[in-house]
Design a protein around this ligand. Structure first.
Ligand SMILES: [Fe+2]
Length: 357
């Protein structure tokens, strides 16, 4: 997890006897200088696929897997944000299992564990580098599904703060707020437990102190380091608990309209928590006390101020047609994480939130 740890990746791959590697990434990341330098060091060992789209469609996962089955890859290496990591994780699982990714929706539905999968996050929000889940979009139903299981954990994660140097400030802000959402939803949800609390509180401490400064000044390594570490720790937190209503809504909107996951969580987090406040007040009081905020309301105000100051689109800029609110609300209620909310959330509750935005 130290800055510069990516330098150790070629030796790690060698020590794991990975000689025929599928490297997945996206166009933004694969165009950076550091990616070019890394690629030179593992040239000859890798086949590069650098066009993984955002909110990766199941059809694309199946197509890439079909192309890869006969290649005999011994490891999948994913270098990118959440979409790339989830796509790589899904392909690594499918390479050891016959079928389409949609056949394995749910928990532990696949018979064989993945082929070795190594994750290098290049944003500061996903947490996918330490979780057992991949989220993919099914185009036929314009909806996201989760595929998770014990056999899908990454073999290793290289969390290197220096890769954030090439990440634009608006992506540091929105992916960082995804990490804030992971930590807070882990803390306030039904499955919260002492282990997930410890991880999530430490993550929140780092994010509250360093995310704003990191967006304004990504050249400062101390901020980059704190924020990317917090993101990974928040991934561990929700991996040991769950996410909740914010993700239920953001995944519904993302599946339907393809808006970026981090941006949606950024815009939804405070409104959803305010809506649930009476039910989550005790949990939030514990969080605000830890962070030195006098009351849960002041913590939410602080987050609101932070979001307003970020160089991000507003809710109105997304131009979501109110005619779609009902469908979004129904999808949110059907989300697998909906039962993890302390407050029982029905479609009518989600609809109220959407109408008030
Ligand atoms: Fe998320």
């Amino acid at each position: 997890m130290e800055p510069g740890c990516l330098e150790g990746l070629p030796a790690y791959l060698k020590s794991n006897k990975a000689e025929n590697i599928l490297l997945v990434s996206d166009e933004g990341v694969s165009g950076t200088d550091w990616f070019g330098r890394l690629r030179l060091k593992i040239e000859g060992q890798v086949t590069v696929v650098s066009n993984i789209p955002p909110n990766p469609p199941s059809t694309e996962i199946d197509r890439l897997t079909a192309e890869s089955r006969s290649k005999g890859y011994d490891l999948v290496l994913a270098i990118g944000g959440g979409s790339v990591l989830d796509a790589g994780k899904a392909v690594a699982m499918l390479l050891n299992n016959e079928g389409s990714i949609v056949d394995f929706e749910g928990k532990n539905k696949f018979p064989n564990g993945s082929i070795p999968f190594v994750a290098v996050p290049t944003t500061c929000g996903t947490g996918s580098e330490v979780t057992w889940v991949a989220v993919v979009t099914v185009p036929e139903i314009s909806s996201k599904i989760s595929i998770k299981g014990d056999g899908m954990f990454p073999l290793a994660a290289f969390v290197d703060a220096d890769v954030l140097v090439s990440l634009p400030p608006h992506l540091i802000a929105s992916t960082g707020m995804d990490a804030v959402t992971h930590a807070l939803e882990a803390l306030i949800g039904r499955p919260a437990n002492p282990a997930s609390d410890a991880l999530a509180l430490q993550s929140m401490r780092l994010l509250i102190r360093h995310l704003g400064p990191c967006v304004r000044n990504p050249d400062r390594q101390e901020h980059r380091k704190a924020v990317i570490h917090a993101s990974t720790i928040a991934g561990m937190a929700f991996g040991n608990a769950d996410v909740g209503a914010v993700h239920c809504l953001s995944e519904s909107i993302g599946g339907l309209l393809n808006h970026p996951h981090g941006l949606l969580n950024t815009l939804l987090l405070v409104p959803v928590l305010r809506f649930q406040l009476d039910h989550i007040r005790d949990r939030l009081r514990m969080v605000s006390a830890f962070l030195g905020a006098p009351r849960p309301e002041s913590l939410l105000d602080r987050l609101d101020t932070m979001v307003t100051g970020f160089p991000l689109k507003k809710w109105a800029d997304l131009e979501i047609n109110p005619d779609q609110f009902e469908q979004i609300a129904l999808m949110a209620e059907a989300n697998g994480s909906n039962p993890s909310n302390l407050k029982e959330m029905r479609a009518s509750d989600y609809l109220s939130i959407l109408r008030a935005l």
